[in-house]
Design a protein around this ligand. Structure first.
Ligand code: HEC
Length: 120
């Protein structure tokens, strides 16, 4: 009965295609808040050359680079004192340049500060 055999292999092909594409869960990008006015104000008070565009670039870079090996860490994952060192080593792992690293660090610290409600 050749038709049964081809039906079986058709199922195997369909299952394989499903496994390779649509059946993988989406990556978690939900944790990072969008850049707000209070975040930008906070950042500009810390670093005179910080801009909303730079913070946005930091967020975009994190969304594209920081989920290759693990899920997206939330801004509160590290303390204010620990983020610079962690970001330096992770920026190295993610193979981004110093400007991207600075943008990501400023973004994550601004997001962390304003998320606690203490940043103003
Ligand atoms: C090439 C893989 C890779 C990429 C890309 C990567 N990470 Fe990681 N990350 C790791 C590994 C492995 C660990 C756990 C051990 C360590 O600290 O090296 C980790 C741990 C962490 C931790 C927890 C550190 C701790 O010890 O508390 C944070 C936070 C983190 N990563 C943030 C980031 C951010 C932000 C980015 C994007 C700039 C990033 N990671 C990109 C591999 C990666």
């Amino acid at each position: 009965m050749p038709s049964i055999k081809s039906f079986t292999s058709c199922c195997i092909v369909a299952a394989t295609v499903c496994m390779l594409t649509a059946c993988f869960p989406p990556r978690d990008h939900a944790d990072l808040p969008t850049v707000s006015v209070s975040m930008s104000n906070w950042a500009q008070a810390q670093w005179h050359d910080a801009t909303p565009v730079q913070l946005q670039h930091g967020r975009d870079t994190m969304l594209s680079k920081c989920t290759e090996c693990h899920s997206m860490p939330s801004p509160s994952h590290e303390s204010v004192g620990d983020w610079p060192g962690v970001m330096k080593s992770m920026a190295h792992k993610a193979k981004v340049d110093d400007d991207d690293q600075t943008a990501m660090l400023r973004y994550i610290l601004s997001a962390r500060q304003t998320a606690t409600g203490k940043g103003g």
